[in-house]
Write a protein that binds this ligand. Structure first.
Ligand SMILES: [Zn+2]
Length: 152
């Protein structure tokens, strides 16, 4: 159950920088280039990255289907490549794209909007460190208190 051995057209200089997982894959975070939206996460082996870098279309390795998968071929929701960067330790890619339509197969714009989780351990805003001095009933979060702090 692993990606094919890297017989790929990927530039060897780039291939040498990749720190692949045990299946030969690196994570690819896909982001809308102009809005900064984080659209989805996919997986790439060397050949998928090579195709992404050279064809203008984002190509993934499907771990469930064990095959290459070019985003938009069946859905029409094409991802046009604008930029690709490797992260500091080589195990993740940032692929900046122009996303046509929905990035998620569910029809959502991004894969992350449908399942927000409750965050209960939210740290205090830097400017609100004195809870005893807060006005009773004044529960304005973040921005107002932060602005008050800034002009103090
Ligand atoms: Zn999705």
């Amino acid at each position: 159950m692993s990606a094919p051995t890297p017989v790929s057209s990927l530039d060897p200089a780039v291939a040498a920088l990749l720190k692949r997982d045990s299946s030969g894959l690196v994570a690819a975070v896909v982001q809308q280039h102009d809005t900064g939206e984080v659209l989805m996460l996919g997986w790439m082996d060397d050949e998928a990255l090579a195709r992404t870098l050279t064809t203008g279309r984002v190509t993934f390795w499907s771990r469930s289907r064990q095959e290459y998968w070019r985003k938009g071929d069946t859905s029409g929701h094409v991802q046009h490549v604008r930029a690709v960067a490797l992260d500091c330790d080589g195990d993740a890619l940032l692929v900046q794209v122009d996303q046509v339509g929905a990035a998620c197969h569910t029809g959502d714009r991004t894969c992350f909007q449908a399942r927000p989780l409750a965050v209960t351990g939210m740290p205090r805003q830097p400017g609100s460190a004195q809870p005893s001095s807060a006005q009773p009933g004044s529960t304005q979060p973040g921005s107002v208190e932060h602005r008050e702090e800034a002009i103090r």
